[in-house]
Every structure is written in C-alpha cells, then in structure tokens.
Design a protein around this ligand. Sequence first.
Ligand code: GAL
Length: 419
Amino acid sequence: MRTSRWLKLVGLCGVIVLLLATVTNAAVQGELEIFSWWAGDEGPALEALIAMYEEMYPEVTVINATVTGGAGVNAKAVLKTRMLGGDPPDTFQVHAGQELIGTWVVAERMEDLTWLYEEEGWMEVFPADLLDLLSTDEGIWSVPVNIHRSNVLYYIPDNLAQWGVDVPKTWDEFLEIAPKLEAQGVIPLSVGENWTATHLWECVAVSVLGPDKYGQLWDGTLSWKSPEVIEVWELFGRILEYTNPDAPSLSWQQATDMVVNGQAAFNIMGDWASGYMSTTLKLEAGTGYGWAASPGTEGVFIMLSDSFGLPVGCRHRDNAIAWLRMLGSLEGQDTFNPLKGSISARIDSDLTKYNVYLQSAANDWRTNRIVGSLAHGVVANERFMNDFATVMDIFLASKNAEAAANAAEAVAIQAGIGR
Ligand code: GAL
C-alpha cells in the first residue's frame, strides 16, 4: 500500500516536471541565429554546442552565421553594420571587457542579464573578476563560455631537439638562439596577419613592462610615449627581424602550420592554437606539440573570454535565452572547451575532461597574475582596436618605435583610454 502511494507520488512528480519542461520549452521554437567567427577549423567546439542545443530544443532551426577571420576582424565589421542598421543577430560572440562594455553596452544595444545570472546561480560559479569584466553598475551584459590564454609559445619538441635549441624563457634568450635557427634554414618565429602582430605585441609589452605597468597603459597612468613603451616597440622590432616575410598574407592557422611543418621553430598564439593542434590536427599535447609562457611572462596569464549576449530587439529572444542558459551550464562549458582549447569559465568544471595542456592552463589561471588581452577585446574598446591596427601597419612598414608610440598615444586619447 505504502509502496504504491509512493509510486503514485513519484509518477505525479514526473508528470509535473515533464509539463513544466514542455511549458518552458514551448516558447522555444522557430529560428535562432548565432553569430560568430568560429568557422571552418575553428568550428568544431561551437558545432558541438549547437548539436547539444538542437537535441534540447528540436523545434528550433539554428542558423550558424559565421564570418571567417581570426580574432573576429571580419565578423566584427559585419556585426557593426547589422547592429547599427537595426538588424541584430539573436546572439553574438563578443569578448568580455571593453569590446562588450565600451562598444555595445555604452551604446545601449544589449539587454541586462542579471535576472538570468540570479536564476541560474551564476554569481557563485563564475569568478568575481570575470563578472566585473561583464558588468557595469547597471547590469551584467553577456554570458562567458570560456577563458583563453593569449601568452602561449608553441613548438614541436622533436624539432627543437633536432635543431639543438631550448625553449627561450626570455626575449634575450630568443634573440640569442634565433641566428642559430636561421643558419639551419628555420624561421625562428612565425607570425600571421596584422592582428597576430598585435597579439605578439601585447606579449612583448607584458614582458617589458611587467603586469602592473601594462595595466597602467589602460587606466591612463602610463604614457604611451614613455621610454618604457618606446622600448616595447624597439624590442618588438628586433623580434620581427626573425619572422617570416609573408606574415601579412597568413592566417593564424597558417602561422601555426609553419611550426607543425618544421618551417618555423616557434609561434606565439592564444590557446585556440592548442585546440587547433589537438582537435583538428590530432597532435598530442605534450609530445606532438609543446608550450610555455611566452618569453618573459612566466607567472602571468594574459586572459580573454568569449561570451555571448542578448542584443536589444533581436528576433528570437526566447530561443536566444535558452542558448545562453545552456552556454553557461556546467555541461555546456565542459562540452565546448575541451574541443576549443580553452578552459571553462566556471569554477566547478570537470578537469578530467581536459587534456594536459588545458589542465596546466587551469592551474595557471588559478595561481598566476591575471592581466587582460589587448588583441582580444579585454582592455580596449573597438575604436581603439581598429585604430591600433593602423598604428601596427605603420610600424610594420616603418619600424620606427618613436613614431609608433606617438601614433598610439594619439589614438588612445581619441578612444578615451584611461578616462
Ligand atoms: C579570439 C577568440 C578565440 C579564437 C581566436 C582566433 O579573439 O577569442 O576564441 O576564435 O580569436 O580566431
């Protein structure tokens, strides 16, 4: 008798749960347009998330709208036209920090997601510093899907052994071994198109300035024309002497390929390159490819975080909210990140699902000094980023450190950096 009552009760609860799920999912139908630059080689992690969403919400047709081009250089231009033209996608990839806050939040084009964070208990599972990057006094503006590290030096261990060189811990060491590599017909450091030069620049800047002074560039207390910053450009110029001449025509993947193929000894890239080598090229982290902090940045973690937000006036709001809920969940993050080459933004992630590189990154994330990436939207808004690309072009052509420092100061003032 008792057992049968129990069974009835359990059955009733089941029906209620099912009903609730149907009611909540009822609004989730039609289309969902997800906008990002995760196309082609960069696609597998996003595709795994989309597959998960399609299984949860079979009534929704997902439009995976991607615009190819590393660091979103092309996607962000398309997004700008759509956002300004009143045709936002339902949700889009945007970096935590100034790319989000100083670009779309100040323009009042994003919905406040504080209520979603409260409902999902996310205040407790995302680190406070990350929440700060996603927030203003008025709200929380996107959902982070990962943490990437920018200052990573990649190499192939067997190749280094064959060439008789060690992994450089400082730029002085790099400049010492570079001629030795060149003498063997090897490019010491591969670089790609313009934004990858900026990516390298931020790693050099952190090594010369250290994390505190690097931070002062963004709060306006260190002048862009100060001797230390000129020194960054000078060292950057010396390093570029040991890079491939066809850099402007290469994507980041092609620059990584040069290391994998043995044409180049090293490449500095974010850990999506680790994702590319393990997920796409099927190399084993640790043996197939090796990594270290970029020279002079041991103990510092230059971070960035990909997030997705809810633009004001998007067409399929409920579907987008369901996407954001899934994205922030433990399962969503632990499905996406092992494939992407990033770690979960959540503090409760299951590290057994991650390879040795990512386990080491997770450890560094907990213990290192954290600073924000320039090339990937943390410390500066879109306006500065676009203008800095021009400064970089000027430097790549002229190699004039003082002229670059002057130009950078002008664009920092125009973009309101530090104000
Ligand atoms: C970054 C982004 C990464 C990766 C990379 C290369 O800006 O945060 O997830 O996509 O660009 O395109």
